[in-house]
Design a protein around this ligand. Structure first.
Ligand code: ADP
Ligand code: MN
Length: 516
């Protein structure tokens, strides 16, 4: 959909009810811009991206409009254009409803009926937003089915007396051609021609039809390509453009290929380029984590972010696309905290929307092996264990974080030490489920090191106490878990009553005091 077209639809004066000129955007603008259809098509992506950049400067708090026109879910109104479009859409809806009433009044019970379908403003593909966007407004219910072009009755003419018009009439034929444009594929941009009183000559119509068909075939081919390319699986055109921009700006030298495709992200390897600013050095090798912008995956993970008070206020006002960006943002913040505490982890290079660039852990395009895949001497394994114990304590005490997905899958062995990665889901310990996440992390870690034969490895309960500074004495898992949940509940009750979180740990490393 042409994002500008809807808001600026020039309602040309013409036959039809007088009220059809009533446009909320003031005087109709009838100047036509002369450019070829091909130009319009190629500008499409650029326009969309421009629009997105304008309305989604991140981070931002999105205003929520509750006007007479908008009902249901919160709608992103960060852009005036979007608001204008929605108003125009609402106007068009009312206009069409009125049109239908008018039509009904005129036709009554008559066998021969006339149709105003040509004048309708809203069309099925008006709601068809660009392929990979998952805005709330995309789910808007569209009550209109596909239009049929008006036809002249079999007798070949309409009207009476001197007002008679035949099917060969230039005007009728032209309008009919305009209406027939709706039979083109929905992706085919016919602009606002259908809503206007356009008269297309047969010659122009046929040329358009040819073009529409070849566009349809081309887009089917493109679609197929997109679906089948594995390396670029999660990379939609917009993401690709973001990546190209990074290479174009010289920040990255080349993007060599994909390291990992997961449920929530795809990770690429790239060679670093030159930084625009002197004070920043781009690492020679980078990892690019692209967070997937699909609805399903984010649903599974929203519990990590919804209750994180750092993001709580923003969460409810955002659409899925923005929540995905918050994942990337969260990973960036968490990595920065870890970096500051001196925990070995990727160093953040840049964050652009849902794309996070960081330093690459590994060498010559080969990523460091995960702890689960590496074969270490028992000496090294023991060293790794103590390092992990140390990192968990640092993470908790110095970074005020719980990893929440800690396991041998998210620890890499590189340069003779363990590197922590994948921290988009990490939360602060005061998160309503923070301590449960920590306990789960402890279970993974202690089970792994016990399995690989580190005799010194604490069991999960001992590890939990060692990391958190709590002193839970339960000697079995069930009771231990119950105490953890009781602690979390106490904290939540405190928030309810006092509006702020209890400090779960004190600066001198003593166990926190829970004596309210
Ligand atoms: P996911 O949520 O998909 O598990 P991760 O952040 O764990 O995302 O990344 C997936 C995989 O990509 C990791 O297991 C690791 O092999 C690789 N990877 C991620 N970040 C880096 C990095 N900075 N350097 C090297 N490899 C990385
Ligand atoms: Mn991972």
């Amino acid at each position: 959909m042409d994002p500008v077209g809807v808001a600026a639809a020039p309602p040309e004066a013409g036959p039809g009810p007088a009220w059809r000129n009533k446009c909320p955007w003031g005087a109709p603008n009838t100047t036509s811009i002369s450019c070829s259809l091909a130009d319009v098509m190629s500008e499409q992506l650029a326009k969309e991206l421009q629009l997105e950049e304008e309305n989604a400067a991140f981070p931002e708090v999105v205003a929520v409009a509750e006007g007479p026109f908008i009902t249901g879910e919160n709608v992103d109104t960060s852009s005036d254009l979007m608001l204008a479009q929605m108003l125009q859409m609402e106007f068009d809806r009312e206009y069409d409803a009125q049109l239908r009433r008018e039509e009904k009044k005129i036709n009554g019970d008559s066998k021969v009926s006339i149709s105003f379908e040509n004048y309708r403003k809203l069309h099925p593909y008006d709601s068809d937003s660009s392929e990979d966007e998952v805005d709330w407004q995309d789910t808007r219910h569209d009550p209109y089915r596909a239009d049929k072009p008006t036809t002249t009755p079999r007798k070949g003419f309409i009207g009476k007396g001197k007002d008679i018009t035949t099917k060969h009439d230039e005007v009728v034929c032209g309008r009919k051609n305009t209406a027939r444009m709706e039979n083109f594929a929905p992706e085919f941009q016919v602009g606002d021609g259908i809503g206007m009183d356009l008269k297309l000559s047969n010659q122009v119509f046929n040329a358009l039809k040819q073009h529409a068909y070849s566009e349809e075939r081309r887009s089917a081919r493109l679609h197929e390509k997109k679906e089948h390319s594995t390396a670029e699986k999660a990379v939609d055109p917009k993401t690709r453009l973001l990546l190209y921009k990074m290479v174009n700006s010289g920040m990255l030298e080349t993007i060599t290929g994909c390291i990992s495709t997961g449920k929530e992200s795809v990770v690429f390897h790239a060679y670093g380029g030159k930084s625009a600013t002197e004070d920043k050095v781009i690492p020679p090798e980078c990892a690019i984590k692209v967070f997937k912008t699909t609805l399903n995956e984010f649903k599974n993970r929203d519990k990590y972010i919804k209750d994180d008070y750092r993001f709580k206020d923003r969460f409810s006002k955002l659409n899925p696309r923005k929540i995905i960006r918050m994942w990337a943002e969260k990973e960036m913040h968490n990595l920065t905290r870890m970096q500051n505490a001196g925990i070995p982890c990727p160093q953040v290079v840049i964050l652009k929307k849902h794309v996070l660039v960081m330093s690459f852990i590994g060498q010559d395009q080969v990523p460091a092996p995960k702890l689960k895949d590496v074969t270490l001497s028992s000496e090294d394994m023991k060293k790794a264990y103590y390092q992990v114990l140390n990192m968990m304590q640092q993470l908790y005490k110095e970074c005020n974080l719980v990893h929440a997905d800690m396991s041998e899958y998210n620890m890499l062995w590189h340069d003779g030490k363990v590197w922590l990665i994948d921290v988009s889901q990490s939360v602060e310990p005061t998160h309503p489920h923070g301590l449960e996440f920590l306990f789960r992390d402890c279970r993974n870690v202690s089970q792994f090191f016990q399995k690989v034969g580190v005799a010194e490895a604490l069991n999960e309960r001992e590890l939990f106490n060692a990391v958190s500074g709590f002193n839970i004495t339960a000697d079995n898992e069930v009771d231990f878990q119950a105490e953890i949940e009781a602690l979390e509940k106490m904290n939540e009750d405190h928030v309810q009553n006092h509006g702020k979180k209890l400090s779960m740990f004190s600066s001198d490393g003593d166990p926190p005091i829970y004596d309210e």
